[in-house]
Design a protein around this ligand. Structure first.
Ligand SMILES: [Zn+2]
Length: 181
């Protein structure tokens, strides 16, 4: 299953390589990592991941992950937003890399985060504009699922399950989603 503990941390200052120590800078906020040498404060924030949810050949497209975390589980096409890239562009780029499909975004579905996971997931609804299905290096399979036959138990991340639930409710309102989802 997905790693559920935030894994982002650091021991050394990115400015001067001094030692970072947690210090309470402001009441009510978590301790911040402060450099004992130069005073630099390293703020730890969730990492933005963009993903797309869309139907193609009458099925919702999921990719089976070939890498950790959640190796072997289903996920939405998506990945980390690069610095200098918009979240929307990242969703389009990652979908092309992982599925070979050219998509156009039709709107934001929602933003998902759990507080126990380092990822902030931004999910766009999309349509397929072109391209040809081609499996990317980080996936072992491309799957298409009817909305009533989604593999809820094999979805790798809680946030992805929540996004799929919202997508089905919005675009296939007559399909019942499981209670756990
Ligand atoms: Zn420093």
């Amino acid at each position: 299953m997905a790693r559920e503990t935030p894994a982002i941390t650091a021991r050394y200052c990115p400015q001067c390589a001094g030692t970072l120590m947690p210090r309470l800078l402001r009441e009510g906020e978590p301790p911040r990592l402060c450099c004992v040498q130069c005073g630099f404060v390293l703020y730890l924030n969730p990492k933005a991941v963009s993903a797309a949810v869309f139907s193609h050949d009458s099925g919702i497209v999921l990719v089976r992950r070939a890498i950790e975390p959640a190796k072997g589980h289903w996920a939405l096409p998506g990945g980390f937003v690069d610095l200098g890239e918009t979240a929307a562009a990242a969703a389009i780029r990652e979908t092309m890399e992982e599925t070979g499909l050219q998509i156009g975004l039709t709107g934001i579905l929602d933003v998902y985060s759990s507080g126990t996971n380092e990822v902030l997931l931004i999910v766009y609804a999309a349509d397929v504009l072109g391209g040809a299905e081609r499996l990317g290096a980080e996936c072992s399979e491309i799957g298409r699922f009817a909305p009533e036959l989604l593999p809820w138990d094999e979805v790798g991340f809680e946030t992805t399950r929540a996004a799929l639930r919202d997508y089905v409710r919005r675009f296939f309102p007559r399909v019942r989603v499981p209670r756990f989802a």
